[in-house]
Design a protein around this ligand. Structure first.
Ligand code: MD5
Ligand code: FE
Length: 205
């Protein structure tokens, strides 16, 4: 399937990653995402998605270089940075000066969701690269004004890449559901979905 531009700066690249690359990334996620944490929100809620971070730890609503228990956050892998640069170039024809320094690794069990939000803790206006592995997600791409309509629901399948840049970088978005059992059987994800987002914080170490 060809790339599709969902909105200015928002480019969906279906099946950009081959099954072999998906399998290797899924294996890397299992190594990187230890421990997978349940993120507690200041509201008192707990996110249904479980998360691990590389390079910086995201906590609501800021990035930290050290975990709240004091240990350093695991390094951001250079290979993941190169992959993200490749994805931005595939979306826009050029990666510009994109120099990512953080990856958030989210695991969605079949019942996990992500409410409508925007990603605003990064100081840099650089794009976000999103990679999906495993079960298909129903991704809701909204607007920059608020959580409500208009939005567009897009299926994100295993191996899809989505690049959010330019005017789409601060759009509201969420995941309304996971479609269990839709992922490829042979990439080693099993039930559930991994989502990697690779970003440039613009923060100084
Ligand atoms: C996901 N993750 O499918 C999504 C994919 C998150 C998150 O939302 O914050 O971990 S990333 C979607 C994204 C990122 C940055 C901007 C926009 C969408 N956007 O403007 O729509 O688990
Ligand atoms: Fe987000």
């Amino acid at each position: 399937p060809p790339p599709s531009r969902i909105a200015p700066g928002a480019v969906h690249l279906p099946g950009l990653l081959s099954p072999d690359r998906q399998a290797r990334l899924a294996a890397a996620c299992r190594r990187w995402a230890v421990p997978l944490r349940r993120v507690r929100l200041p509201s008192g809620g707990v996110m249904s998605v479980r998360q691990a971070c590389l390079g910086w730890e995201w906590t609501p609503y800021r990035y930290r270089r050290h975990h709240r228990d004091g240990g350093p956050v695991a390094a951001f892998p250079a290979a993941l940075g190169r992959l993200a640069v490749e994805c931005v170039a595939a979306a826009y024809g050029t990666a510009g000066d994109f120099t990512p320094d953080v990856a958030l690794i989210n695991f969605y069990a079949p019942e996990a969701r992500m409410g409508m939000h925007r990603d605003a803790e990064e100081v840099s206006p650089a794009p976000v690269v999103s990679i999906s592995l495993g079960d298909t997600a129903v991704f809701r791409f909204g607007n920059t004004a608020g959580r409500g309509w208009p939005w567009r629901d897009v299926h994100l399948d295993s191996g899809d890449v989505f690049v959010f840049g330019g005017p789409s970088r601060r759009a509201f978005h969420g995941v309304t559901r996971i479609l269990p059992g839709t992922g490829p059987a042979d990439i080693g994800v099993g039930v559930g979905r991994w989502n990697l987002t690779i970003r440039q914080t613009g923060l100084a170490v």
